[in-house]
Design a protein around this ligand. Structure first.
Ligand SMILES: [Zn+2]
Length: 128
Protein backbone atom coordinates (compact mmCIF):
# COMPACT_ATOMS: atom_id res chain seq x y z
CA UNK A 1 0.00 0.00 0.00
CA UNK A 2 1.35 3.38 -0.95
CA UNK A 3 1.38 6.31 1.42
CA UNK A 4 -1.37 7.97 -0.59
CA UNK A 5 -3.65 4.97 -0.28
CA UNK A 6 -3.02 4.72 3.44
CA UNK A 7 -3.92 8.35 3.89
CA UNK A 8 -7.11 7.94 1.92
CA UNK A 9 -8.17 4.89 3.89
CA UNK A 10 -7.63 6.76 7.11
CA UNK A 11 -9.68 9.65 5.87
CA UNK A 12 -12.56 7.40 4.88
CA UNK A 13 -12.62 5.68 8.25
CA UNK A 14 -12.75 8.99 10.05
CA UNK A 15 -15.65 10.20 7.95
CA UNK A 16 -17.64 7.03 8.52
CA UNK A 17 -17.22 7.32 12.27
CA UNK A 18 -18.53 10.85 12.28
CA UNK A 19 -21.72 9.85 10.48
CA UNK A 20 -22.34 7.01 12.89
CA UNK A 21 -22.09 9.23 15.94
CA UNK A 22 -24.38 11.82 14.51
CA UNK A 23 -26.97 9.26 13.44
CA UNK A 24 -27.43 7.74 16.86
CA UNK A 25 -27.90 10.87 18.92
CA UNK A 26 -31.17 12.72 19.29
CA UNK A 27 -31.30 15.96 17.34
CA UNK A 28 -32.14 19.20 19.12
CA UNK A 29 -35.72 19.21 17.89
CA UNK A 30 -36.10 15.55 18.83
CA UNK A 31 -34.82 16.19 22.34
CA UNK A 32 -37.77 18.44 23.15
CA UNK A 33 -40.10 15.64 22.05
CA UNK A 34 -38.14 13.08 24.08
CA UNK A 35 -38.37 15.22 27.22
CA UNK A 36 -42.12 15.55 26.79
CA UNK A 37 -42.58 11.82 26.34
CA UNK A 38 -40.46 10.97 29.38
CA UNK A 39 -42.36 13.46 31.51
CA UNK A 40 -45.59 11.69 30.72
CA UNK A 41 -44.14 8.20 31.19
CA UNK A 42 -42.96 7.58 34.77
CA UNK A 43 -41.82 4.05 33.86
CA UNK A 44 -39.86 5.19 30.83
CA UNK A 45 -36.09 4.85 31.06
CA UNK A 46 -35.56 5.91 27.48
CA UNK A 47 -37.30 6.79 24.26
CA UNK A 48 -37.15 4.81 21.05
CA UNK A 49 -36.53 7.14 18.13
CA UNK A 50 -37.38 5.80 14.70
CA UNK A 51 -36.58 7.94 11.67
CA UNK A 52 -38.33 7.19 8.41
CA UNK A 53 -37.01 7.89 4.93
CA UNK A 54 -39.86 10.32 4.30
CA UNK A 55 -38.78 12.51 7.23
CA UNK A 56 -41.52 11.47 9.64
CA UNK A 57 -40.58 10.03 13.02
CA UNK A 58 -41.95 7.58 15.50
CA UNK A 59 -41.23 7.76 19.20
CA UNK A 60 -42.30 5.80 22.25
CA UNK A 61 -41.02 5.53 25.79
CA UNK A 62 -39.58 2.18 26.76
CA UNK A 63 -39.64 0.64 30.26
CA UNK A 64 -36.82 -1.19 32.02
CA UNK A 65 -38.22 -4.55 30.89
CA UNK A 66 -38.19 -3.48 27.25
CA UNK A 67 -41.95 -3.04 27.05
CA UNK A 68 -43.51 0.18 25.73
CA UNK A 69 -44.04 2.73 28.50
CA UNK A 70 -46.11 5.16 26.44
CA UNK A 71 -48.21 5.11 23.34
CA UNK A 72 -46.46 5.43 20.01
CA UNK A 73 -46.20 8.98 18.75
CA UNK A 74 -45.80 9.77 15.08
CA UNK A 75 -44.94 13.24 13.95
CA UNK A 76 -43.18 15.28 11.35
CA UNK A 77 -40.97 18.29 12.09
CA UNK A 78 -42.49 21.62 11.13
CA UNK A 79 -45.64 19.99 9.83
CA UNK A 80 -49.12 19.67 11.21
CA UNK A 81 -49.40 16.03 10.34
CA UNK A 82 -47.41 13.07 9.10
CA UNK A 83 -47.02 12.57 5.34
CA UNK A 84 -49.56 10.79 3.14
CA UNK A 85 -47.32 7.75 2.83
CA UNK A 86 -47.24 7.29 6.58
CA UNK A 87 -50.96 7.82 6.85
CA UNK A 88 -51.33 4.88 4.51
CA UNK A 89 -48.75 2.44 5.86
CA UNK A 90 -48.39 3.83 9.39
CA UNK A 91 -44.65 4.29 8.91
CA UNK A 92 -43.85 0.78 7.72
CA UNK A 93 -40.58 -0.54 9.14
CA UNK A 94 -39.38 -1.20 5.59
CA UNK A 95 -38.98 2.57 5.28
CA UNK A 96 -37.08 3.01 8.54
CA UNK A 97 -33.67 4.60 8.05
CA UNK A 98 -32.54 4.81 11.66
CA UNK A 99 -33.77 3.40 14.93
CA UNK A 100 -32.16 3.78 18.32
CA UNK A 101 -32.93 4.45 21.95
CA UNK A 102 -32.26 7.76 23.63
CA UNK A 103 -31.62 6.92 27.30
CA UNK A 104 -32.78 9.16 30.09
CA UNK A 105 -30.33 10.00 32.86
CA UNK A 106 -29.09 8.19 34.86
CA UNK A 107 -28.56 5.75 32.00
CA UNK A 108 -28.97 2.02 32.63
CA UNK A 109 -25.92 -0.25 32.60
CA UNK A 110 -24.49 -1.33 29.25
CA UNK A 111 -25.81 -4.82 29.88
CA UNK A 112 -29.33 -3.55 30.44
CA UNK A 113 -29.07 -1.31 27.40
CA UNK A 114 -28.02 -4.23 25.26
CA UNK A 115 -30.90 -6.40 26.42
CA UNK A 116 -33.45 -3.63 25.87
CA UNK A 117 -31.96 -2.73 22.50
CA UNK A 118 -32.22 -6.33 21.37
CA UNK A 119 -35.81 -6.59 22.51
CA UNK A 120 -36.96 -3.26 21.11
CA UNK A 121 -34.87 -2.89 17.97
CA UNK A 122 -34.00 -6.51 17.29
CA UNK A 123 -36.43 -6.89 14.42
CA UNK A 124 -35.82 -3.50 12.88
CA UNK A 125 -33.11 -2.49 10.44
CA UNK A 126 -30.65 -0.26 12.25
CA UNK A 127 -27.98 1.87 10.62
CA UNK A 128 -24.62 1.28 12.21
ZN1 LIG B 1 -43.90 10.00 6.42
Amino acid sequence: MTYRETAMTKKKKKAAKKVKNRALVAEKNEEAMVEGILEGSPDGIGVVIVRLECGCKKMAAVARDGEPASKLIMYRDQAESICDKCKKDNGDFMRVTEAFIHWSKPEPSDQEKEAINAKVLGTMPVIH
